[in-house]
Ligand binder design. Sequence first.
Ligand code: TRP
Length: 333
Amino acid sequence: MEQTEKKQVVFSAIQPSGTITLGNYLGAVRNWVKMQDEYDCIYALADLHTITVRQNPAQMRRNILDAYASIMACGVDVEKSLFFIQSHVHTHAEMAWVLNCYTQFGELSRMTQFKDKSKKHADNINAGLFTYPALMAGDILLYQADKVPVGADQKQHIELTCDIAKRFNGIYGDVFKIPEGFIPKNGARVMSLQNPLNKMSKSDENVNGCVHLLDTPEVIMRKFKRAVTDSEACVRYAEGKDGVNNLMTIYSAVTGKSLDAIEAEFAGKGYGDFKTAVGEAVVEELRPIRERYEQLIRDKAYLEDCYRQAAGVALKISSRTLGKVMKKVGFVR
Ligand code: TRP
């Protein structure tokens, strides 16, 4: 069928810095899958960003392939969307260098993620960690993206991306589309099951705090049964009930039930029943994903085919923008 209107371009990326978690899935990847029909979606594994924190090489290679297969298993469809590995597309590193020269020290110093990560990795506050937002701005601007779905923690980076783009356009004319960052409404913010004041994270020091996409049903059930709640023994969403609120958020995200409906469903029941129900719902949601992952990860040739092709297309699209940028800045072409 003839397309009358061009679809808007969505760009997003995720760092393959470990396994994909339930938080990544409910907060981001599930939305990536949903957006594929309405938009021209471009997704990347931001592996260049990952080395701002020291990595073990063998583990990193495994993480990247695992993340690629996991995200495909979640439903990111390479027939519909572009899904590539950032380091395979050399325009990203080149664009990052150029944008570094249009980004101010003061701006980068104000990034809360930089301040947080500097505290956490005090022995390795490297220049890449500092200029990380310029690399991220390049990712987005190379594809002239209209919309960038991100988690709340990345909002400041998107604002900086827009500032850099406007600054560049102000000097050289309209080179970049100014993107619009947004936090998907139906993206759940999933917290640690052990410390529900912190985001669910693969680096949680308590293994029971984080559910991984590929955890077995037994492991998932065990983690939910041990989830931190409170002493009220009443399933309701309220301030101060962070553990229960988190479990309700997860249950709601997976089943589509409203918080009110969940409260009614568990009226008069204890946390034991509730945690079992949440665990079982998550197990069923993740079961087909794990099965599809098992197939994909065994077929390395197919995976390679997918990311090779995607890299070729990404290079072609991004080279158009990079070429324009180089010309405007004054490099001899
Ligand atoms: N920095 C993002 C994160 O850690 C990942 C990322 C890299 C990204 N490049 C991007 C997200 C471009 C959106 C757009 O979550």
